[in-house]
Design a protein around this ligand. Structure first.
Ligand code: FUB
Ligand code: ZN
Length: 649
């Protein structure tokens, strides 16, 4: 079993990877120049920063936003820190430092920091872990601090975070109170904190929080039993008493049901992904991070079992997860409605977090495949082309009413998207000192300067992915170094060929990689090519909504039909089985995309003439041109209907 530190590959640090890529440059620049500035303005406008200022100035009351709004500032700090890790930006640096100073000034002497409680209920800390998100916010503070420390080596934010982590440890650690975070997040953050501080007790605390969930009786059940009388009960969240919101989420037929927060069973006994999907992803990310540090066969089996359930039965073709609005989460196997899909942007991000750890743990390309699918589809759809509009919910079908917004009352998704984009470099490569191997997991143009077991390794990856399906890795380090270069071949790729300096070295992938073990010297060039034909995909027959429908995919991209490209309603369009679908790059469309074109059929709506039902033989169709565009790019033109799954004729 590949668990434990010995077997772990590690993603290359952000500082080792300089992205320079035709597809991603514009997005990363927009994230840096527009999104991060826009989000700061939103934090200021919606009172998030004002909450910290009021606490720092010793004021009381006046808290603004949802109970976990502190986490928006922390995620923003994390995103900004990743930007600073890769570029000099004195203005951003100053702004980051000002926010850090504000947090430090707001922090209580005992390390506690949460603006809701400090302003509104100072004597009721830690009473309501189910709903009030104190540990969740602490986790985001810790993640931000780790990112800032790694980027700058400055300890100002890390000092705030460790003081809070120590406080949490005193309260909930081995000698402390029972307590289960209602929303996972602190677990994965504590593992990262352990990694930068080497303090084993942070890892122990992460382990504790992972293990304590799902016990019977659950401390969360106790809180729910007293939910009207404990902290936060009267707090109005989304226009409702938070105690009532809690009951809706955690109770089924009036009884506590832990599945909303993955508290229904100990993780090692869980077999299906349940409940709120962001919570689930952060939890499984933490469990997998723990496995990278400590061997645990039962936990390893559990995360693999849960991953299979998610990917084989509970995921959208876009990589999106969570099909239901009320609990923002998973429902049942094959329940994947398109128009009412939730597929929260944060859940896609959480899945990417989890899959990165799974890849690091196992070296298995399958996880990098899923990162790719989610990144280019269910995640990227969450951010508009302009960089200041965001989807929270990512449906696969819309009647034209679903649009990105500049901010949300619950604004978890925008800064989450910003931190993932700003740290994209972490998702491209990994190294395994045990195997003396470098993994190229994603095809993104970049200059890499790293080390492998003390040897300097550097190379440049060049590619026009996702539009073209070739990539080249050219070695640039001075001294020759022996290692195995493992370049991922996506599961859908055909006609694979790997060459070194023009000589074929592989014509298929083994275990998802073309691997070349040799001494690599400056100027050596590895090239990978494969074909990425347009494919029509069908869904499992149990996905009722997709019966008789197909989705179009080319390479990593899932496509959709948008009203903007059609004179007939997109839901009336059918694609013949033998349709000849052509792919061509259009530089003027949606910032430059490969569009798919085909001859299709459409039910002639005008001929229905007031009828609701008709004999099928009487239904008249017309020939129509069909154009599909990448799903990630939808809703960037005139508002209109959209569908991923197309009627098959
Ligand atoms: O509860 C904190 C965040 O708000 C969750 O992760 C999102 O799903 C949203 O509910
Ligand atoms: Zn979100």
């Amino acid at each position: 079993m590949p668990a434990g530190p010995e077997a772990t590959a590690e993603s290359l640090p952000l500082g080792d990877v300089a992205i320079d890529d035709a597809f991603w440059n514009r997005r990363l620049e927009t994230n840096r120049d527009v999104t991060i500035a826009h989000q700061y303005d939103q934090l200021a406008e919606h009172g998030c920063l004002e909450n910290f200022r009021r606490v720092a100035d010793g004021e009381a009351g006046g808290f603004q936003g949802p109970m976990f709004v502190d986490s928006d500032a922390y995620k923003w700090l994390e995103a900004a820190s990743y930007v600073l890790a890769r570029s000099d930006d004195p203005d951003l640096e100053r702004r980051v430092e000002d926010v850090i100073d504000l947090l430090a000034a707001a922090q209580a002497d005992d390390g506690y920091l949460n603006t809701y409680f400090m302003l509104e209920e100072p004597d009721a800390r830690w009473e309501n872990l189910a709903v009030m998100h104190e540990l969740y916010c602490a986790g985001h503070l810790i993640e931000a601090a780790v990112a800032h420390y790694r980027a700058t080596e400055d300890t100002a934010l890390l000092d705030v975070a460790t003081a809070f982590a120590d406080h949490v440890d005193r309260r909930f650690g081995p000698e402390g109170d029972d307590g289960v975070p209602g929303h996972e997040e602190i677990e994965l953050a504590l593992v990262e904190l352990y990694r930068v501080t080497d303090e084993e007790r942070y890892l122990d605390l992460a382990q504790h929080f992972v293990d304590v969930r799902g016990q019977d009786p659950s401390p969360l059940a106790d809180e729910l039993a007293n939910i009207d009388d404990i902290a936060g009960a009267e707090f109005v969240h989304h226009g409702e008493r938070s105690a009532d919101v809690a009951r809706e989420h955690f109770l089924v037929d009036g009884e506590y049901d832990g599945s909303y927060a993955q508290d229904h069973l100990p993780i090692r006994d869980q077999t299906t992904v349940e409940g709120h999907s962001v919570r689930a992803m952060y939890y499984y990310t933490a469990a997998t991070s723990l496995l990278q540090e400590r061997e645990d066969a039962d936990l390893f089996d559990a995360v693999q079992r849960l991953w299979r359930n998610m990917t084989e039965k509970r995921s959208y073709v876009t990589g999106g997860i969570g099909s239901e609005h009320e609990h923002e989460g998973f429902t049942e196997d094959y329940d994947l409605p398109n128009d009412t899909a939730y597929a929260e942007t944060c859940a896609a991000i959480g899945s990417i977090f989890w899959n990165r750890r799974l890849h690091e743990l196992t070296g298995d390309s399958t996880y990098a495949d899923l990162i790719e699918r989610t990144l280019y589809n269910g995640f990227l759809s969450g951010i508009g082309e302009s960089g200041d509009r965001f989807f929270y919910v990512n449906p696969l079908e819309s009647d034209g009413d679903h649009h990105r917004k500049e901010w949300f009352y619950v604004a978890c998704c925008p800064p989450n998207a910003a931190r993932l984009l700003a740290s994209l470099g972490r998702y491209l490569y990994a190294r395994s000192e045990r195997d003396r191997a470098i993994y190229v997991n994603q095809f993104v143009g970049s200059d890499v300067t790293t080390t492998l077991d003390g040897d300097d390794v550097s190379f440049t990856q060049s590619t026009d992915y996702p539009w073209e399906s070739e990539t080249a890795v050219e070695i640039t380090h001075d001294e020759p170094v022996e290692f195995e270069l493992r370049v991922r071949v996506p599961a859908w790729a055909e006609d694979v060929e790997g060459t070194v300096d023009g000589e074929t070295v592989a014509s298929s992938a083994e275990d998802g990689y073309v691997a070349v073990d040799r001494e690599w010297a400056a100027g050596d060039r590895f090239e990978l090519s494969f074909s990425q034909p347009v494919e029509t995909l069908s869904a499992h027959p149990k996905v009722r909504e997709n019966a008789g429908r197909v989705a179009l995919r080319r390479g990593p991209l899932v496509y959709c039909l948008e009203e903007a490209d059609h004179d007939v309603p997109v839901e009336a369009i059918a694609l013949p089985d033998d349709a000849d679908v052509t792919a061509s790059f259009d530089p003027d469309l949606l910032g430059g995309v490969v569009a798919l074109d085909a001859a299709g059929l459409a039910s002639d709506v005008a001929t229905w003439d007031g009828a609701l039902y008709r004999p099928t033989d009487d239904v008249e169709t017309e020939d129509v041109p069909v154009r599909a565009v990448p799903y990630y790019a939808w809703d960037n033109r005139d508002p209109g209907a959209m569908t991923v799954w197309i009627e098959s004729a």
